[in-house]
Ligand binder design. Structure first.
Ligand SMILES: [Zn+2]
Length: 261
């Protein structure tokens, strides 16, 4: 975030420190193309090592004094869709606000997710990270039982705008935000965290429409529990929902197995 003509405020996810907001003085004077690795730009989604002076009091900014970019992710930056997907990951990470203790694992999971997304086309690691981030923040969605009557979800389920959770057909009111096929709930329930996914080359082919639906479900859930608008969700859905429309099954289709994990 630009702060002045030469400075920016940067928010970093730091191992052992959680989210830290720092003022980076003079950072905007560094040319975008530089031969010195130490001076590579500190862009969104960059990984590296930093030296900073912590804030004296909560709510104040610390001061970034040095940084060494270890991965600027040039291959990711060549693809608009992948940049947007990764920005959503950054936004979700900011909104879930990992604690000091959890930051190391969140960083590891995020790094693996972005690496897999960079090298492969499947949205599976992205959905796995959304689910992981919700759970890491203490808001793992219950994908097996109706929130209201507690009955196991044997058929499709719905999410409502005003209430957190998944609801069976009997409990779903008129305020439905999204209907989710049961096969997707089952697959999402089984989906492990990004670091526990097999090597992408060894994973079974994914179902893009099912993955977008699963992402949509998790967005509604995250928005409800975090009370954060997650403003990049709409651009994401705008980009990917045509995939869902093209593959939307006819009504009353029999139960099908899908493989998110
Ligand atoms: Zn119910």
């Amino acid at each position: 975030m630009d702060f002045s003509e030469s400075s920016q405020i940067v928010t970093l996810l730091a191992d052992g420190c959680g989210l830290v907001s720092l003022i980076a003085k003079g950072i905007r004077k560094i040319p975008k193309k530089t031969s010195s690795p130490l001076m590579a730009p500190l862009d969104v989604l960059t990984t590296g090592q930093v030296v900073f002076i912590p804030a004296r009091q909560p709510g104040q900014l610390g001061v970034l004094t040095a940084w060494d970019v270890t991965d600027h992710r040039p291959n990711l930056r060549r693809n608009y869709q992948k940049i947007l997907i990764s920005q959503v990951l950054a936004e979700v990470t900011m909104a879930t606000g990992p604690s000091d203790d959890a930051a190391g694992d969140v960083l590891r999971q995020l790094d693996r997710t972005i690496s897999d997304l960079t090298a492969h086309e499947s949205l599976r690691p992205f959905v796995a990270y959304l689910k992981y981030a919700a759970a890491a923040a203490g808001y793992a969605p219950d994908l097996t039982c109706c929130t209201r009557c507690k009955a196991p979800l044997h058929s499709n389920a719905g999410m409502m705008h005003s209430t957190v959770g998944l609801f069976c057909d009997d409990c779903c009111g008129s305020d439905v935000a999204i209907r989710v096929e049961r096969r997707i709930l089952v697959a999402l329930d089984r989906l492990p965290s990004p670091c526990d996914l097999p090597d992408p080359k060894l994973q079974p082919p994914s179902d893009p429409a099912a993955l977008v639906q699963a992402a949509h479900l998790l967005f509604i859930h995250l928005r409800a529990v975090l009370e954060d608008r997650l403003r990049l969700v709409e651009p994401f859905l705008h980009l990917f929902e045509p995939v869902v429309s093209a593959n939307r099954p006819a009504r009353n289709t029999a139960y099908q197995e899908v493989t998110l994990p």
